[in-house]
Design a binder for this molecule. Sequence first.
Ligand SMILES: Nc1nc2c(c(=O)[nH]1)N[C@H]1C(S)=C(S)[C@@H](COP(=O)(O)O)O[C@H]1N2
Ligand SMILES: [Mo]
Length: 225
Amino acid sequence: MADEQPGLLGRLKGKLIDSKKRWADEGRLLTGTADPRRVQRLPPGQRLVTNWPVLDLGVQPDIPTSAWRLTVDGLVENPTTWNWGAFTDEPATAMRSDIHCVTAWSRYDNDWRGMSARHLLSVVRPKADARYVVFHAFDTYTTNVPLAAFDDEDVLLATHWNGETISTEHGGPVRVVIPKLYFWKSAKWIKRIEFSLHDKPGFWEVRGYHNEGDPWLEQRYDTDT
Ligand SMILES: Nc1nc2c(c(=O)[nH]1)N[C@H]1C(S)=C(S)[C@@H](COP(=O)(O)O)O[C@H]1N2
Ligand SMILES: [Mo]
C-alpha cells in the first residue's frame, strides 16, 4: 500500500523532529533563541568557558548610583535622562542569553535583568530617520550598532547578572547586552545612547574590528582594509 511507504512528507517530518530534538538537547528551545539557521549553539571558532573574563581599556570607572545618569538623545521624539531612582522605577525584564567574545570565548546561560531595549524605545520613540545607535560609556568607550540590532527582543540595559548587581569590572551600574553580536558591542558603564541617521564607528570599529560583528558570520576583524 502506498500509504505505508515513508513518503516525502514522512521523511520531512522525521527531519524536523530530529532537528527539534537536537535544538532541545542543545538548550536552544530553553534559551528562547531558537533559530533554525543556527543548529549549533557555539558559533564558529569559539571555545566555551565557565568563568567570566574581564575585558576593557584598563580603566574601570566606579560610578556610585547617586551620581549615575543615563541620557538618551539624538533622533528621538522624547529625549530622556534617567537618574538611578527613575531608571529602576521603570519596568524590568529578565532574559537569559549566551556571550560570544571576539577573543574566542563564549559563556552560556547568563541571566540578565534590567530595562529591555524595547521598553527604552517605547519611552524615547526614535524618529523615522533614525538608523543607528551609538553607545557612549563613562570610560570614553563607544560602540555602534544599527537600530535594527538594538530593537530586538533579547537586548537590554542590564543592572543584574545571575541574581546580583553587575560588578564594577563587568560594567555596573548598567551595561548594554546585545547577545546576537560579539560582546564588544555590549558597552559597559553606559552613560549615553545616541540615535543617529548616520553610522558612527566606535572605539574598536575604527581600529580594525568589523563594523557589524555577527559571531555566526565570524565578523571579527575588517579584512577589507
Ligand atoms: N565601556 C566599555 N565597554 C566595553 C568595553 C570597554 O573597554 N569599555 N570592552 C568591550 C569588550 S571588547 C568586551 S569583550 C566586553 C567585555 O565585557 P566583560 O568584561 O564584562 O566580559 O565589554 C565590551 N564593552
Ligand atoms: Mo571583546
